[in-house]
Design a protein around this ligand. Structure first.
Ligand code: GLC
Length: 633
């Protein structure tokens, strides 16, 4: 059962696919008020109640005890004190009731922070829709919610293979080296990503002809070997005379504007860019069609980036900072002056006042960016997704995005952005999986091994042992960090053992994924969903249920030989390693310390269940799906 409440004149976000009768806010069951143009509502939290949701967001599976913000943020330091990451997933689930706020401006979620026994949610505006979703169980609430927002994106089958990325593989030869490195080490691989340097001076839909003289030829050569190339596309379009995409966008008036009607100019990788106004259908159609330049070269996968949108500086912000700097020139800088100078540059990126100076057009009328901020990245995904579906049909093109909001789950997947080579980020990824699934994002995953900072082989292996289960299994790392491809380390055999497990599991993972997409279900669930009355299951933040058959529990600390797991009921503990099953043991309910070597992937089968395992291969296209055997209880 779903109730829909409407306030004012909400912006149509496209998040919802079902039309439901609207109720006025008079009947809204939670305490609420208007506060200086903001809508605030609150509800009590019982002592042991769990609050789920918010998708890709900081902290735990249980969101209690912190403040979160729905404001898509380009922030590469995913530390505990953060309130927002790249996404705005406005779905919360507590006490048998789902709350979906269909509203693209900022929302502040105080979930038992100011007061432990209360949730206070503040919307930065008065025009919105709120859906209340009811069901017998949390899982039923999620299913009902998902019927409201429509079916999740399903990528092509090969996108379940292992994918390797780096910022950046500089040229075609480097790409060949990566594939060779994997092949020679007997490590499976299905895709290689091309980061910003494949472009000519970071211009979308161009190719650096010196580094990649024949991208179409390279794509064909790779395809013949079963490898897919996945280039990046950024939101901003470089301002440059003679660059067709920019000139067209400018001449057609397709870029976001300043208040005075001139094009808004911001700085990102290419320097000054225009930001396509993806909220306009004609701009989406125009930009979407540009992907054809690359699909015509045989490309069938893309990652959309910097679409919060990330803003290194605005033209005005940069001019002000340079002005401050020139005023300080030659002065003996005292403390306030020095910090003023430093702050002038440090505070340049992603400034609220710059976002507030951007204007979109909706139905011919100007709309300030702050009112629709969270729709921007999602609309870029939609531009690409709509084009792909129209041109190629469903499930043909891989698409992942950094920024997202609910609704974009129908057009593409997401990766969790710029994490670090930190042990704690294994768990951060694990905790985001069920939360993202609730919100419709099934095809997702983190940068395995960590994006920022230097990884270590043990961290990468433990990260991969979680990544074996995430639909997107991609190793990616930042410029300037240590090489992170699996064949770079001396213990290549360990990497072979872990990544081959993925390929053994692909038939199972793919089926579980498809079923979740079809039925509006979650692929990963918190333990509390299945054992709502078991206190330890309710508190568990380090293990997940996978489908109806399995439980996963990755090792997440350095220099340990295993971890403690909690079994709410009797389960079969299995360790998979390469083509082998290195342990299989029925464990009674309770707490157990399990030992897991670096080359093993732990897995728990629920009582009486079995899952298919196939023989591993170096490519998904070479998997012998028919030759499966069952891993049984
Ligand atoms: C952003 C992306 C990252 C990418 C980098 C360069 O930080 O999140 O994945 O490698 O930009 O394009």
């Amino acid at each position: 059962m779903i109730r829909r409440f409407v306030s004012g004149r909400p912006i149509v976000t496209g998040a919802v696919v079902r039309r439901l009768p609207a109720e006025s806010m008079d009947g809204f069951p939670f305490a609420h008020r208007l506060d200086g143009g903001r809508f605030v509502f609150s509800f009590p939290l019982e002592k042991d109640e769990i609050v789920y949701g918010l998708g890709e967001a900081p902290r735990g599976i249980n969101k209690r005890g912190w403040i979160y913000r729905s404001f898509c943020s380009d922030d590469y330091l995913h530390t505990e004190e953060k309130e927002a990451f790249y996404a705005a997933h406005n779905f919360l689930l507590h006490d048998g009731c789902g709350i979906f706020i269909d509203f693209p401006a900022e929302i502040r979620w105080d979930i038992g922070y100011a007061r432990a026994d209360e949730a206070v949610i503040t919307l930065d505006g008065e025009d919105f829709e709120i859906y209340l979703i009811f069901g017998e169980t949390p899982r039923a609430v999620v299913r009902e919610f998902r019927s409201l927002i429509g079916k999740s994106y399903v990528p092509p089958f090969w996108a379940f293979g292992f994918q390797q990325s780096r910022w950046s593989y500089p040229d075609a030869e480097a790409v060949r080296d990566i594939v060779r490195g994997y092949d020679e080490a007997g490590l499976p691989l299905d895709a290689v990503y091309l980061d910003i340097d494949y472009m000519d001076h970071y211009k979308n839909f161009t190719v650096d002809r010196e580094a990649f003289p024949d991208l179409a030829g390279l794509a064909a050569e790779m395809k013949a070997e079963g490898i897919h190339l996945v280039p990046i596309i950024d939101a901003g379009v470089k301002k440059e005379e003679g660059y067709a995409v920019y000139e067209e966008g400018r001449d057609k008036g397709y870029f976001c504007r300043n208040a005075d009607g001139t094009d808004f100019e911001g700085g990102v990788w290419p320097g000054t860019v225009g930001f396509p106004d993806f909220l306009r259908p004609e701009v989406r159609a125009w930009f979407g069609e540009k992907y054809r330049i690359l699909t015509d070269m045989g490309i069938d996968g893309f990652w959309n980036d910097m679409n919060e949108p990330a803003l290194f500086y605005s033209a005005k912000g940069l001019a002000d900072a340079l002005e401050t700097a020139s005023e300080m020139r030659g002065k003996n800088l005292d403390l306030p002056q020095f910090f003023a100078l430093k702050g002038a540059f440090e505070g340049l990126d992603n400034r609220r006042e710059d976002y507030a100076s951007i204007w979109h057009e909706i139905d011919g009328r100007p709309v300030n960016h702050m009112r629709v901020h969270n729709l921007y990245g999602a609309s870029m995904t939609r531009a690409a997704g709509e084009f792909f579906e129209e041109a190629f049909g469903k499930e043909k093109i891989l698409l992942i995005s950094r920024a997202s909001c609910i609704g974009a789950h129908r057009y593409g997947g997401i990766w969790f952005g710029d994490n670090h080579s930190w042990w704690q980020h294994i768990l951060l990824c694990l905790k985001m999986l069920p939360s993202a699934n609730m919100c419709g994002f099934l095809y997702c995953g983190a940068d395995l091994g960590g994006f920022g900072g230097n990884t270590t082989p043990d961290l990468l292996l433990r990260f991969l042992a979680l990544g074996v289960f995430t639909p997107l299994m991609r190793n990616h790392s930042a410029m300037g960090t240590r090489d992170q491809e699996c064949f770079r380390f001396e213990n290549t055999a360990d990497f072979r053992d872990v990544t081959r497990v993925r390929y053994r599991l692909i038939p199972y993972l793919y089926e579980t994924f498809r079923r979740a997409a079809e039925e509006g279900d979650m692929m990963f669930r918190p333990l509390s969903f299945d054992w709502p009355d078991d206190p330890l299951a309710r508190e568990c933040e380090t293990q997940l249920l996978l489908g109806d058959e399995c439980m996963i529990a990755p090792v997440y600390e350095q220099n340990v030989s295993g971890r403690t797991v909690y079994l709410p009921e009797e389960m079969c503990f299995v360790k998979l390693s390469g083509d082998r099953i290195t342990a299989k043991e029925i464990l009674p309910p309770g707490l157990h310390y399990i030992r897991v070597a670096l080359n093993e992937v732990p897995l728990f089968l629920k009582k009486g269940k079995s899952i298919p395992l196939c023989r591993p291969a170096l490519r998904t296209s070479r998997l012998d799906i028919a030759g499966k055997e069952d891993l049984t209880w």
